[in-house]
Design a protein around this ligand. Structure first.
Ligand SMILES: [Zn+2]
Length: 120
């Protein structure tokens, strides 16, 4: 593994630890706040908070999946290569988003494709 990749791996591992902690904290907050109060206003707040926590947690779980995928690619030596076209991902991009699995070109292409898809 190139030395620079070792540095990125540490970054990804740190990111993973932070995500797991965030997900656990969201879970704990939900337990403290069951949302079965008698007061209507309290209920509304509880539901709002639960919905927000849910989408937050969805987002975190999604990122965690990508982080785990990146850690797997470190193991099998595929890290740093685009999962779509197979080209090497730009160093600058990896530094900003170390768990990305796509190069800039492929992300742009996918964005274009989804835009076109919307118009059909
Ligand atoms: Zn690509």
């Amino acid at each position: 593994m190139p030395r620079a990749h070792g540095m990125l791996k540490k970054k990804v591992e740190g990111e993973r630890a932070r995500l797991v902690e965030d997900i656990e904290q969201l879970g704990m907050r939900e337990q403290e706040r069951p949302g079965y109060g008698n007061h209507m206003a309290d209920d509304a707040t509880g539901v709002f908070e639960q919905t927000r926590n849910f989408s937050l947690r969805e987002g975190l779980a999604d990122t965690l999946k990508r982080v785990d995928g990146a850690l797997g690619r470190f193991e099998d030596g595929a890290y740093g290569k685009c999962g779509d076209c197979g080209h090497v991902i730009e160093w600058g991009r990896l530094k900003v988003l170390p768990y990305t699995s796509l190069c800039v070109e492929c992300v742009r292409r996918q964005e274009r494709e989804s835009l076109t898809g919307d118009r059909v």
